[in-house]
Design a protein around this ligand. Sequence first.
Ligand code: MG
Length: 371
Amino acid sequence: MFHKNHYTAMKKILLICLTLLGISCSTRPVLQLTYQPFTGKLRHTFAISTYSRDTTPIVLTQISYGDYVGYGEAALPQYLRETQESVCDFLEKAVPVIAQYRPDEMEQALEAVKAIAPDNRAAKAAIDIALHDLYGKIQGKPLWQIWNINPENTPYTCYTIGYDASDSVVLAKIVEADWAHILKVKLGRSEQEDKRMITLIRQCTDKPVYVDANQGWPDKEYALEMILWLQEHGVVMIEQPMAKENMPDHRWLTERSPLPIIADEACQQLSDVEQLKGVYDGINIKLMKCGGLGEARKMISLARELGMQVMIGCMTETSAGISAAATLSPLVDYADLDGNVLIGNDPYEGVLLQDGRQTLTTLPGTGCHIR
Ligand code: MG
C-alpha cells in the first residue's frame, strides 16, 4: 500500500526539483480571509427596553484575492448571543475552507462555510458580505448592477431615537436627526414613558414615526390600545410589539391593527418566514440575523411571494455592513439603515447618506472602501 507519508515526501522532492529548474508551481492566488476584533464607539448611549450601552463589539473581515479586497463584518449586539470570541473561533475554522475556492465559486464557498457549524450567523454574514464585495470588485461592477436592482429606488432610512429618561437628551437626539425624513423610536417600557417619548417627538416635528417595542408590550389588548393612540400621533408602523414566541396574540393584533405590524426578533432567517404569514404584516431582515446577502435575497423573494411587507434593518454597524444591506434596500418597503451614523469611529466609507437615503454609489462591490 502506498503510504501518505511517501506521497508527501515525493511531492516535496518534486517541488524542490521544479524550484531548482526555475519553475514556479504557485501562480494562482487563493482567497485569503483575515479578521480583527473592533470596538465601535457609539455617538450616544443606546437604550432599548431591556438594556443600554456605549460601545458595540464588531469583528471586521477582509477577503483578498490577488490585489482585490472585499470588506465585511460581524456586528454583535448582546442579544445575538455571538461574541467577538465565538466569531473569531468560527472565522479561524473558515480560513482554510475559503482558501479552497476561487471568487467565481462564491456559492460553493458559502455553502462550505455554512457547513462548518450550525448558527453563527453573524460570523457567516461577515464572510458572505466580504465575499460578495470582493466578487463585485473583481467584476468591476456594483452589486446592485450585477443583480439588476434599480439604485434610484432606495427608500428613506429612518433614524432611531433610543429611550432616555432625560427630556433634554431625547430632544437633542431629535435635533440631531434633522437630516432624517422618518424617525424610529424605541418603546416597550411603561405606558407613561412610551407616551412621553412620542409627545417629546411631536413637540419638535411632524415627521412620520416607526415604533419598535422590542417585545416590550405585555399583552394584545394593551398593544392594540397603544397602537390606536400612536396612530393618532403620526406613527405609521410597529415593530415586534410582544414576545416573539407569542404567535397567536400577534395574529390577533395584526388582524385588528390599523398600522402594519413587522416581525423582527420573531424573524431570524429564511426558514422563519413562511410561518409568519398572517401573524405579522411583514418581516425585518438583518444581515447579522440571517447570515448575509445570499440568505437575505431569498427572504425578500419569499416574503414577496407570500404578499408580505419587507423592512431591511441593521445592528450598530460600520459602513461595510450598511453598504451591503443598502444594496438590497431598493427592493423593500422600509429601511432602517442608520447603523453607521450611530458609530463615531467607522473605519470605512461606502453608501452616501443623501437627503435621508443611504444612496448607492457606482463603486464596485458593496462600494465599501477604507477611509
Ligand atoms: Mg427591532
